[in-house]
Design a protein around this ligand. Structure first.
Ligand SMILES: [Fe+2]
Ligand SMILES: [Fe+2]
Length: 233
């Protein structure tokens, strides 16, 4: 969140000209011009169930994974993660939650497949419109088609997309969204999310990222932290 807050200066003098330049910061990022163009065409399909923010945060996670796994290809991984859930726009929002609820009975499993298949179709059109090379479109759409139901990745690029999608669950945004979906406390949503965001990951870098996020979330729940640090509003 980038909400502005009142600046307090305990030191009492201006040190801002000593800060590193934005481009020197490891990990500083934004959508590439290519991906910003894809986003413009995709965002209206991602309005259901917070999927727009989910995809943006997962894009950030994928970008961090790419920094640790240079053999993967950013031209495939980043567009794929950015629009992977675009197909939920073809599923009724209520049904959409039923399909992923912890007590789902399997009767809506076809809707999960639908969001993958329809998502691949919409993605193909959008990526074509942006001018992505056909070979890349084929690979990105193959990743999107089956991204949730396919148990094993078809490639390293797919493994990064799968990991970024799952690691999001233990991010602050992921956990808060899951609270509201299912009426869970912070502790309950963390328990629900953390299991899959570790045991089902495919990369060492992804597992390390997930562990850090989970550890921080559990520290937030300790009685000790509640007596010390308070996040500023
Ligand atoms: Fe999905
Ligand atoms: Fe997703």
């Amino acid at each position: 969140m980038s909400a502005s807050r009142e600046v307090i200066n305990y030191l009492g003098r201006d040190v801002t000209d000593k800060l590193p330049a934005a481009e020197q910061v490891p990990g500083a990022m934004a959508l590439t011009p290519r991906d910003a163009a894809i986003w413009e065409l995709a965002k209206d399909y991602l309005k259901t169930r917070d999927n727009d923010a989910h995809c943006l945060y997962a894009y950030g996670i994928a970008n961090a994974l790419l920094s640790q796994i240079p053999e993967a290809q950013e031209n495939i991984v980043l567009p794929a993660i950015l629009i992977h859930d675009i197909g939920w726009s073809t599923v009724d929002e209520r049904e959409n939650l039923e399909a992923i609820a912890p007590d789902r009975d399997g009767s809506r499993a076809h809707l999960v497949v639908q969001h993958e298949k329809e998502g691949a179709k919409i993605a193909r059109r959008i990526l074509g419109e942006v001018g992505i090379p056909v070979a890349d479109i084929d690979e990105i759409c193959a990743i999107i088609d089956g991204h949730d139901t396919r148990p094993e990745p078809i490639s390293l690029n797919d493994a990064l997309v799968k990991d970024a999608d799952k690691i999001w669950r233990v991010s602050p945004h992921g956990r808060s969204v899951v609270n509201d979906w299912f009426g869970l406390t912070d502790e309950q949503s963390l328990r629900l999310c953390a299991y899959r965001a570790y045991n089902e990951l495919f990369t060492d870098a992804g597992r390390a990222m997930s562990r850090v996020l989970v550890s921080l979330a559990y520290i937030d729940q300790t009685p000790q932290i509640s007596k010390t640090y308070r996040p500023k509003a």
